[in-house]
Design a protein around this ligand. Sequence first.
Ligand code: ADP
Ligand code: ZN
Ligand code: ZN
Length: 704
Amino acid sequence: MTCILHVAVQTPAHSGVGDLLSYQHTEALAPGTLVRVPLGQREVLGVVWDALPGEPLPAMAQLRPVAGVLAGLAPLDAAWRRLVAFAARYYQRGLGEVALAALPPQLRELGPEQLARRLRRPAAPAQDAPDAPETTETIALSAEQQSVCSQIASQPGPFLLYGSTGSGKTEVYLHSVQAALARDPAAQALVMVPEINLTPQLEARFRARFAPLYGAGSVVSLHSGMTNPQRLASWLAAHSGRARIVLGTRMAVFASLPGLALIVVDEEHDASYKQQEGARYSARDLALWRGREQGAKVILGSATPSLESWHASRPPTPEDPQGGRYLRLHMPSRIGAGALPRLRLVDMAQQPRGAVFSPPLLAAMTERVERGEQCLVLLNRRGFAPVLHCHACGWKSDCPHCSAHQVFHKTDRSLRCHHCGFAQRVPRACPGCGNLDIAPVGRGTEQLEEQLAALLRNVITPARRAARVARIDADTTRAKGALEEQLAQVHAGEVDVLVGTQMVAKGHDFRRITLVAAVQPDGALFSSDFRAPERLFALLMQAAGRAGRDARYMEAQASQPEMWVQTWHPDHALFAALRRHDYPAFAAQQLGERAQAGMPPFAFQALVRADARTQETAQAFLQAAGDAARATPLPGLEQVFIFPPVPLAVQRVANVERAQMLLESTSRTALQRFLAAWQPLLHAERARHKGLVRWLVDVDPQAI
Ligand code: ADP
Ligand code: ZN
Ligand code: ZN
């Protein structure tokens, strides 16, 4: 008997094709079954979806037949399909687009026979997991950890585990995962981390704990740094239930996990949980939704929680007897590590003019290096200098394709645009006037490395060698394995001072770093992005957490860890809170400001962005789309405020002009209702602009 199947496929963006396409097949297939179907001239992967309620059925004769069924695979379960459908709806994207993007790339290419062969093959050995640790012993939990673990075991959650770096959060994750898996032989756990380069460390720890219990294949990773065959192997292991624990970055939130019982989101405040292209989902927020839907507990962990999560976990008070939706669990003590570092603020107004490193900071670093300790210097700008400048005619190294400067990289004498990637050789003379004396203005990590090496040239370490300075940033770690190699050098003590971007502030377990310095953090204090102070505070706290991690080393050295900050604004409230390591005070102050200004988490936002050849076209498109919404008027509009269109901070990238329009509402439901009703108008408006505009919606944007 021939049947009609509704199939989610990846249709080209803005094609106007509906979310599901209909095909005919010789028999009914369960929703969630993977099929190959014809689409135009191609044959693509699709997911059989639940029948649409109330849709008139198309005439069978017009339907193309399904080309093949990936029979060896169990259908994707209803919970997974609900997650995908929710994400598509909430983030205003196509169902098929989200569904197919959530599957491993290789699965999209394999035909039924190839897949069958793939499934017969024994599982690939675990992806380049470090052979690392021998121990399987379980650590006796501290009293704080015990109390937290028993609350996680007995309460429904979700939980915000607020504990400083080194307080033993990872140990709580391990313990909670173990408890969840022990309860049910089919149970699975998902553990997410923000950065790919943090997964090997974590994987080693989880493997050491769980491989002896559940076998070597019980722990798998999922992240974009893996090859396609590795990703497919991990995905299949999770889908089949063979893998009990999936460790991954944000994409792992979409893994097929039929037995999902626990989700951990480590460093939940980290901005990289937000996808920045396609469906711009927040993996943290989806984790919370998925946990609720699938009956899995959710633990968010951080030393500096996002203000959203902090607010959502506020304890009940007489004025606010409900409190927040999450349960906040606090672990104030540091276990393996010593005391948190002391903050040393350097008032740059009191320092010699133009000094990159103030004399007291330089003296402190020299002293550390002479004792054989290591220092970490942070600057969030790659390259040697952000711009080259001719003082004779005013020429600047502007990118010809963007409204941005090209950054001067001295190592390979190039000018590179960090927005579009355009690269040129540094000109011999000023292209404007021929002046030979064009100079770098401002500084980046390359320059810090060079200057520090010169300043510390005569400093001798206890190993009787000259001090060594090294740099770790996106430029030095482009090659595969480069980061691991450089980190190994730091661990081996071959480097005395490490210069780097925020990349090195995150998560790494440096044992001999005792001093951390942020040399130019001021930009974030007065940024137009209201989240900049929140991010700076998190970064500085995290960086501070890199110093003095090994209590025994600190004791042997008789050394105290320090965090140095050079600033022109030493009286800023942010630094006062940082000095006391007082995240709650900082959060209270910030939340007070946000409440007053009606900003998240007290309001919900969405951005519509338009890209066009000219700024006028981009803005006119947004204006017209806003006007159309008001003229109708659309449902939800009465509770949604539409701001006027504005250019983006970097308004032109790769010759494309970019504008955006902010939408704000105190009601998430109203905003969602409005956005859903608005979609067709945006499509229509684009058609009216003859396709000369591209647009996208970013729900809960991270950067305004
Ligand atoms: P966090 O994830 O909060 O930074 P970790 O869980 O990594 O903290 O713990 C920091 C260090 O303390 C690690 O070396 C860990 O092995 C150790 N540790 C954690 N819990 C205990 C415990 N109960 N007893 C002894 N050492 C512990
Ligand atoms: Zn010139
Ligand atoms: Zn450019």
